[in-house]
Write a protein that binds this ligand. Structure first.
Ligand SMILES: NC(=O)C1=CN([C@@H]2O[C@H](COP(=O)(O)OP(=O)(O)OC[C@H]3O[C@@H](n4cnc5c(N)ncnc54)[C@H](OP(=O)(O)O)[C@@H]3O)[C@@H](O)[C@H]2O)C=CC1
Ligand SMILES: Nc1nc2c(c(=O)[nH]1)N=C([C@H](O)[C@@H](O)CO)CN2
Length: 231
């Protein structure tokens, strides 16, 4: 019998796309969401991935995804979609704060509320948060606050859905740089952790694989941070 698909949000690039490919390598069906169409979407569709356009910036956008998945059995949900917005780039703080909460907390909250009943017994929800939840950031204040809200949802949904469905967070620090990161930023960032490396997306896959295959871990946060907290 074919396993129920894993839903991964914001999976058209980087970490999310890597997770899609890892699941496909394992023969696991995948449903992914994306905002902007690109060639990867056509390639994934050709590989049998169900690709759903979804923008969580509005409640209607979230509701549209819920409708599109109506009646769809799920093995797991991985809330990966995220926008790492700098405070310095913001002109309207109120709109910025709302936008961060919308994508990082309201979307996972509403999707969990509406879709958790479609997750198979023994299934999982994984919230991808951020290491900085435990220390804050003066450069990404609203982003970190919204990820802290997401981290809180892990505790609440683990209580609500357990023991049928387990709910955990993965809290990364640097996983992969962005294309516009300059040498100075990269050196500064690498120096912040004990391991001092850009580990790559497979570190998140290893964490996802562990959490999905556990039968006991729930309501917990798996830190994937290179020892940044002890640096
Ligand atoms: N990369 C890193 O080093 C770190 C990553 N993390 C976390 O890990 C996860 C994956 O990181 P990474 O791969 O870099 O993520 P990205 O910054 O590449 O974002 C992932 C996807 O989120 C989607 N997205 C953004 N806003 C919305 C929205 N309003 N509605 C729907 N989708 C949206 C984008 O879709 P599209 O491109 O289609 O517009 C994007 O492809 C994120 O949750 C991130 O916060 C945490 C710490 C470090
Ligand atoms: N949505 C995103 N969130 C985060 C990203 C990113 O590229 N997209 N990157 C980081 C940094 O790597 C940070 O962990 C180290 O400077 C954090 N969140």
């Amino acid at each position: 019998m074919t396993a129920n698909p894993v839903l991964i949000t914001g999976a058209a690039q980087r970490v999310g796309l890597h997770l899609v490919h890892r699941f496909l390598e394992q023969g696991r069906p995948v449903i992914m969401t994306y905002r902007q169409h690109r060639k990867q979407i056509d390639q994934l569709t050709a590989q049998g991935v169900r690709c759903i356009q979804a923008d969580f910036a509005t409640d209607d956008g979230i509701a549209a995804l819920v409708s599109a998945l109506s009646g769809q059995p799920l093995g797991a949900i991985i809330h990966n979609a995220s926008s790492w917005d700098l405070e310095a780039d913001i002109h309207d703080a109120a709109r910025h704060f709302d936008a961060m909460m919308q994508v990082h907390a309201k979307a996972p909250y509403l999707l969990n509320r509406h879709l958790a009943g479609q997750i198979e017994d023994g299934g999982s929800i994984i919230h991808i948060t951020d290491y900085t939840v435990e220390k804050g950031s003066d450069r990404h204040i609203a982003y970190v606050a919204s990820k802290a809200a997401l981290s809180s949802l892990t505790l609440s949904f683990a209580k609500l859905l357990g023991p049928r469905v387990r709910v955990n967070s993965i809290a990364p620090s640097l996983i992969i740089f962005n294309e516009d990161d300059d040498a100075q930023y990269k050196a500064k960032t690498l120096a912040k952790s004990v391991m001092g490396i850009e580990p790559g997306c497979d570190e998140i896959w290893l964490a996802v694989h562990y959490l999905l295959n556990s039968h006991y871990v729930t309501g917990r946060t798996l830190h994937v941070d290179g020892g940044r907290h002890i640096r």
